[in-house]
Design a protein around this ligand. Structure first.
Ligand SMILES: *Cc1c(COP(=O)(O)O)cnc(C)c1O
Length: 405
């Protein structure tokens, strides 16, 4: 899964370029930086590799989402429809611009269920934000149709699906804007970082200014820049961008290894007829950061997790249903609206209403789902052993279960 597994000479070389000049900031100091513009180079590489017209680097995936929302004009009182299964950053970004997160069910793609999205649209809906979870796309055709019919913005949280595609195009480049995260455990890492991608010049120009205190970057130097709007500091540093620059050149290698190891593991698990796999929407191409698989019931799944723990094969596999970063069930801080500062009544009411909302359809899916992260470093032998151990744990539980029945 993560690019950090391949950290080496190439990353050190790029970082050393920056250390030698000591110009750690992405803007200004034109002479002293001796031609090194790592953030600019990485932005150019991102547009070339992924085919987005524009790319604006940021300090994190979370700040990339916040920036995209601001640049798309999403703000106070606007409803943003997002999935119940994601990473906490998705709702953090919505809340940060004063908007209201509207959480809806996921289906067996582990992403937004288009029917649930349709049912959640109100006159205040401004944006649909699919999260392409665990390397695989949401049903973007269905979501784009809803956006068209209701004049809504499509913002793709592709933070954990770098290199996955939908109908030939890279995730994150299809909506009005899309984001990647380059945090330490993502497919490409900068240690910390993120990017807003868009095909709309206006969204890019606003993102560029927003991440740097509203600077228009048109002055002869930073002091002469104008500030056409209020921004923040969500800049990436040259050191972080340097790491990403070395990493993006290895992306094809990462993806090829993920696909190979994932296919092998899947082959092993598919030998157990009770195991099924996450559905990829038609036209979708999984980046294979995870192999996500289902068992027949929640009870069996919980028992398999216990058995995998006992057999010491659970590390690297995730039972999201009980995880407090990724699934609504355990987001108590969100449901209790535990903000450090005052938030609007609209936001507070929407958050506390989550306590009584039903996510039965998501529960049905997530309570039966285990995702196994795919390492770049596994040998074929190691994948086979891992697959065999997991399959054995499942068979043990199924046999005990059959005996009970
Ligand atoms: C990692 C991630 C983010 C945010 O990333 P950071 O860079 O850690 O802020 C946002 N959304 C999803 C789905 C993620 O997995």
């Amino acid at each position: 899964m993560p690019g950090f597994e391949f950290f080496g000479e190439e990353e050190r070389k790029e970082v050393n370029d920056v250390l030698e000049t000591g110009i750690l900031m992405r803007y200004g100091f034109d002479g002293a930086r001796k031609g090194h513009w790592k953030a600019k180079e990485l932005e150019k590489a991102i547009t070339e590799v992924f085919g987005a017209a524009y790319a604006q680097l940021t300090s994190s995936g979370t700040s990339a989402l916040t920036t995209a929302m601001a640049a798309l004009g999403i703000g106070a009182g606007d409803e943003v429809i997002m999935p119940s299964f994601t990473f906490v950053a998705s709702f953090e970004a919505v809340l940060s611009v004063g908007a209201i997160p509207v959480l809806v069910d996921v289906d067996d793609t582990l992403t937004l269920d288009p029917a649930a999205v349709r049912a959640a649209i109100t006159p205040r809906t401004k944006c649909i934000m699919p999260v392409h979870m665990c390397g695989s796309p949401a049903d973007l055709d269905a979501l784009q149709q809803l956006c068209k019919a209701h004049s809504l913005i499509l913002l793709e949280d592709a933070c954990q699906s770098i290199g996955a595609r939908y109908k030939g195009k890279f995730l994150g480049t299809i909506g009005d804007a899309g984001t990647f995260s380059f945090d330490f455990v993502k497919t490409i890492t900068c240690a910390e970082g993120g990017v807003v991608m868009t095909n709309k010049k206006e969204v890019y120009v606003k993102s560029d200014g927003y991440t740097d205190h509203g600077h228009d970057h048109q002055g002869v130097d930073r002091g002469a820049d104008l500030h056409p709007f209020i921004g923040y500091n969500y800049r990436i540093s040259e050191l972080h961008a340097a790491v990403g620059l070395a990493q993006i050149r290895k992306l094809d290698t990462f993806l090829a290894l993920q696909k190979k190891n994932c296919a092998l593991l899947r082959e092993q698990l598919a030998q157990v007829p009770e195991i099924s796999f996450r559905r990829v929407p038609e036209g979708g191409e999984d980046s294979c950061t995870f192999l996500s698989w289902f068992l027949p019931t929640a009870e069996i799944t919980a028992a398999v997790v216990e058995e995998m723990r006992a057999q010491q094969v659970m590390p690297g596999s995730f039972y999201w249903f009980v995880n407090n970063w990724h699934y609504i069930r355990k987001w108590d801080h969100l449901k209790q609206a535990l903000a450090l500062h005052a938030i609007s009544d609209e936001q507070k009411n929407a958050l506390t209403a989550l306590n009584s909302a039903s996510f039965a359809a998501s529960d049905e899916i997530m309570s039966r789902c285990i995702s196994t992260s795919i390492s770049l470093l596994w040998t074929e032998q190691q994948v086979r052993e891992k697959g065999e151990k997991i399959a054995d744990a499942v068979r043990t539980v199924l046999a005990a279960h059959a005996q009970k029945a």
